[in-house]
Design a protein around this ligand. Structure first.
Ligand code: SF4
Length: 247
C-alpha cells in the first residue's frame, strides 16, 4: 500500500540525493524498486527521454510499471509507438484517459479547438485532458519516475533526483536528471529503442497533435509547443508546473 506522508526527513532525503547523484541510472532505479516496490511506476510521455528511461527500468525490473496519459488528441505516430513499445517490452501499459463527461461538457460549451483562443482556454483544456487524469493516476502511487533532465531548462534546471511531491503526496524520481540530450539520442540509437518517428521530422518535443508543430533549425527545442502563444515562459502544460510529463 502506498504511504501518503513523507517517509524521509529532509536530512535523510538530502543524503539519499547525495548518494544517488553519484550512482548510475540503473542503481537509481534499483533503489526505486527496493524502496517503493510496485507502488512505483514510470509516468511516460513516450518522448525520447522516457523511451530511454523505460528501457533501463525494464532492464532492472521486467515487471516495471509504465503509465501514460491518452488525451485523445495525440498524433497517430504516438499511438503507433504505444503499440511498438508494448510489443518490444511485453509491458501492459497503464493508460489514463480524461473524464469523458468533462470532455463532452467542455467540447459542447467551448468547441473542439477552443484552446487556440488564449492561454486560459489552453490551460483549461490541458487541465481536463492532462492534469486531472495525471492526478488520478498519481494518487495510486508511492513514487513516480520521470524522464526530466536538468538541461531542459525552465523549472527543470533545479530538480533533484528524488523529491517529495507535495501536490501528489508521493515521491517524484528523476533518474535522467544529469543526462544530456545527446546522451539520450545516442542511447536510443545504440540500443535500437523504439521512438516516435516524428522526432525525425522536426518534432523534438511532442504532445497533442493540434498543439505541436515541427521546429526550424536553431529554434528552441520547445518552440513547437503552443507556438501561437509566443511566450517562452508558457511552455509547460501544468503537469510539471504543479510539481513536473512532457517530453
Ligand atoms: S496540449 Fe492542446 S489539445 Fe492537448 S490538452 Fe493541452 S490544449 Fe488540449
Amino acid at each position: 500500500m502506498r504511504q501518503t506522508t513523507p517517509r524521509f526527513t529532509e536530512t535523510e532525503l538530502a543524503a539519499i540525493n547525495e548518494k544517488l547523484e553519484a550512482d548510475s541510472t540503473e542503481d537509481i532505479l534499483q533503489w526505486v524498486d527496493e524502496t517503493f516496490g510496485n507502488t512505483a511506476a514510470q509516468m511516460s510521455s513516450f518522448g525520447l527521454e522516457d523511451q530511454a528511461l523505460f528501457h533501463i527500468y525494464w532492464g532492472v525490473n521486467k515487471n516495471a510499471r509504465l503509465m501514460t496519459l491518452d488525451t485523445l488528441r495525440l498524433p497517430t505516430e504516438t499511438y503507433s509507438l504505444f503499440d511498438q513499445t508494448k510489443l518490444r517490452y511485453k509491458v501492459d501499459v497503464e493508460f489514463f484517459y480524461p473524464n469523458m463527461d468533462s470532455v463532452a461538457e467542455m467540447v459542447k460549451e467551448k468547441g473542439n479547438n477552443f484552446f487556440y483562443m488564449g492561454r486560459a482556454n489552453r490551460e483549461f483544456c490541458c487541465g481536463v485532458r492532462k492534469v486531472e487524469p495525471l492526478g488520478r493516476a498519481l494518487s495510486t502511487l508511492g513514487a513516480w519516475v520521470t524522464g526530466l533532465r536538468r538541461d531542459q531548462g525552465m523549472d527543470r534546471g533545479s530538480i533533484n533526483i528524488v523529491e517529495w511531491d507535495a501536490a501528489h503526496n508521493n515521491y517524484k524520481v528523476n533518474p535522467l536528471a544529469n543526462w544530456s540530450f545527446d546522451q539520450v539520442q545516442s542511447f536510443v540509437k545504440e540500443n535500437e529503442i523504439p521512438y516516435n518517428e516524428l522526432h525525425d521530422k522536426g518534432y523534438p518535443s511532442l504532445g497533442c497533435a493540434p498543439c505541436t508543430r515541427a521546429i526550424e533549425p536553431g529554434e528552441d527545442i520547445r518552440a513547437g509547443r503552443w507556438w501561437w502563444e509566443g511566450d517562452p515562459d508558457a511552455k509547460e502544460c501544468g503537469i510539471h508546473v504543479v510539481q513536473a510529463l512532457e517530453s
